[in-house]
Design a protein around this ligand. Structure first.
Ligand code: AMP
Length: 197
């Protein structure tokens, strides 16, 4: 099973991807997580990405595309993977199409989680409050100003991807405003159809 989870920041892509990891025993490939790990480990990619991420902007397409291509080549991706946070631009989607063709693998579905902007902001504020209450560390890009930039980047650069995948007949929309369990059920029914094809 090879999937893309699309949707704005805070739509629930990571949460839903986690459930699919268990269901299909395939890894979740989150470019945001990979980049945060690179920043924490002080790698070359991390040093280049930190300031960009702190502003809520996108890391260059070729950096993330190479990172994903290398990751897909690893053994645990042989049976499939869930892309979470990639692709985020049309150039990344084109790079992904080319790399999958070259690797001889096919996408099964592209799932768009649809959520209103006001709800995304509420969710970000709740995530920050919950993390602080639990004594955890808040992500440096989870603050109102940076979050506004992240939403803007999504609108300008990622939303056009929806048409890219719609034209290819691969896009399935799921209402992400519903409770987590209902969203998971809707995704499961989309994937059941893919599975039986
Ligand atoms: P996320 O955890 O998916 O919200 O990503 C956090 C941040 O990492 C984003 O705001 C971007 O700065 C960067 N990032 C993650 N994935 C990508 C991507 N596919 N292209 C460009 N930048 C990305």
């Amino acid at each position: 099973m090879r999937l893309i989870m699309l949707g704005p920041p805070g739509a629930g892509k990571g949460t839903q991807a986690q459930r699919l990891v268990e269901r299909y025993s395939i890894p979740q490939l989150s470019t945001g997580e990979m980049l945060r790990a690179a920043v924490a480990n002080g790698t070359g990619i991390g040093r280049g990405a930190k300031a960009i991420m702190d502003r809520g902007e996108f890391v260059p397409d070729d950096v993330v595309s190479h990172m994903v291509s290398d990751r897909i080549d690893q053994e645990d991706c042989r049976r499939g993977f869930i892309l979470d946070g990639f692709p985020r631009t049309v150039a990344q989607a084109e790079a992904l199409t080319a790399m999958l063709d070259q690797k001889g693998v096919k996408l099964d579905a592209v799932i768009e989680l649809k959520v209103n902007p006001a709800t995304l902001i509420e969710r970000m504020e709740k995530r920050v409050a919950d993390t602080l209450a639990a004594g955890g560390t808040v992500r440096s890009d989870d603050n109102p100003d940076t979050f506004a930039t992240r939403l803007d980047e999504y609108r300008q650069k990622t939303a056009p991807l929806l048409n890219y995948y719609r034209r290819r007949g691969e896009l399935v929309e799921v209402d992400g405003m519903q409770g987590m369990d209902i969203v998971a059920r809707d995704i499961a029914s989309v994937l059941a159809k893919v599975d039986s094809n």
